[in-house]
Ligand binder design. Structure first.
Ligand SMILES: O=C(CO)[C@H](O)[C@H](O)COP(=O)(O)O
Length: 233
């Protein structure tokens, strides 16, 4: 069922795409529904160019004939459409379950608008149940891991960090980095944690997306809801 809701949210976002737009194109199963909906519109004559946020999305765009460009050619984008692992009422997000958080954040930051597409299971009152991906440089991994643990301890968060693996090896991102997944259960102050993590040498980025999403389409039993960010207290 959640696959159907992902598709509904993606199709709603595709309706916002107009000819001439420069798009950021996200990564993951929900974003793939968006690529498929976009490809149909392109085959009907819609003229757009997209910057894919991962090699996986790039391959799908090639397969489906969605025209692509690079962020170097188009450093300012009109609209990015991407999925999320969690979103709260302020449209703060956890992303990176698919490991593409770095390119996703660069592309979202280069866009005038970022639309999040999700099934309703992703909407939470507070972020943190989904493990927070922290992308780190392989050089000095143990030292960086200790620095991350010390930030978690300072903020009184659980010190559970797992190096992400794939097929028994460390998972390597498109940028050649590795990922530490932080099992925090609950993040009382996402902004503070984001700032602390960003300041650690060796941390390339993390999956907290704050003040980037401008709108979300969340699909569930009652249809597709449009969500605008609540102003933070
Ligand atoms: O951040 C992401 C990839 O890095 C994805 O957007 C996130 O993991 C959601 O994936 P899905 O749409 O498959 O549930």
């Amino acid at each position: 069922m959640s696959e159907h809701f992902k598709q509904l949210a993606a199709e709603r976002a595709a309706e916002d795409v107009k000819s001439g737009m420069r798009l950021g194109i996200g990564t993951g199963s929900t974003a793939e529904h968006f690529v498929r909906a976009l490809a149909v519109k392109v085959s009907e004559g819609l003229q757009v160019v997209g910057v894919p946020t991962s090699e996986r999305t790039h391959a799908l765009c090639v397969e489906l004939g969605v025209p692509m460009t690079t962020l170097d050619n188009e450093p300012e984008l009109d609209l990015t459409v991407d999925g999320a692992d969690e979103l709260d009422a302020h449209l703060s997000l956890i992303k990176g379950g698919g490991g593409a958080l770095l390119r996703e954040k660069i592309v979202a930051a280069a866009s005038k608008e970022m639309v999040v597409i999700a099934d309703s299971s992703k909407a939470v009152s507070r972020l943190g149940a989904f493990p927070l991906p922290i992308e780190v440089v392989p050089f000095g991994l143990e030292a960086t891991r200790r620095s991350v643990l010390s930030v978690l301890s300072k903020l009184e968060l659980p010190d559970v960090l797992h190096l992400r693996e794939k097929d028994g090896q460390a998972f390597v991102t498109d940028g050649g980095h590795v990922i530490l997944d932080a099992h925090l259960e609950d993040i009382p102050d996402a902004r503070e944690l984001a700032m602390e993590l960003t300041a650690i040498p060796g941390v390339v980025d993390h999956g907290l997306f704050i003040d980037l999403a401008t709108r979300a389409y969340v699909a569930g039993e009652d249809g597709v809801a449009e969500i605008l960010p609540e102003t933070a207290a």
